[in-house]
Design a protein around this ligand. Sequence first.
Ligand SMILES: [Zn+2]
Length: 257
Amino acid sequence: MFIDSHCHLDFACFSDQFDSLLTQLNQQQITKLVIPATQASGWSAIMQLANSHSALYYALGLHPHFLENFQVQNLTQLHSQLSICDKKCIALGEIGLDKFAPASFVQQEFVFVEQLKIAQQLKLPIILHCVKKQNRVLELLKQQFFTQGGVYHAFSGSLEMAHAFIKLGFKLGIGGVITYPNSTKTRETVANLPIESILLETDAPDMPLYNQSTKINTPLNILPIFNCLAELRKESKSLLAKQLYENSCSIFSLNND
Ligand SMILES: [Zn+2]
């Protein structure tokens, strides 16, 4: 069985094919999926979606790329919503810093740090979005004494950087980037990471796989990503699949069934 630890199934591009996609995912043994939020206006739709399908879980948060409609009261709303959330809510996310996001770094850091405080208070892991800001994110996590850990989603980078996040209680989300033959550094890192520190994700509909850029990325791509990972790590597929499943369950406190 597999878990897609990061996919945006609430995006409009999936609405037409939603039911058939869920049936196919179930047939392929992809039995749990986590939908992280991007902005406050999407929270209620995500909650509704996750509560009408047993395979779906979710996180609420404010993504650094979607701050154009951000209002400071979104942070209070986030705190109150997460305080009364149902069992399907398993993290705060996705949050972080992104070098290429249009919002200023001052605003991104403010929103990120305030959300770290909420996660720490409510004892929730975070889903971290971090693009070319790894050192600053590490600094802020330490400054805030953040101890809830979480997932560094769509990890790419060196083994040393990966270990700096693992030390702070993070697991690393491994996605389509490893299918690109020219992602040499990330492929090498992923091959050498401790098996307990990695999760699978598609980030659907973003991040198409190598040679698939014309097709829409769906959580069904967990399987080709898994096959690529098993090849890179030269591990038994059944052992790897079992461990990946357990890793997702443990970081998000999901039932390991
Ligand atoms: Zn995402």
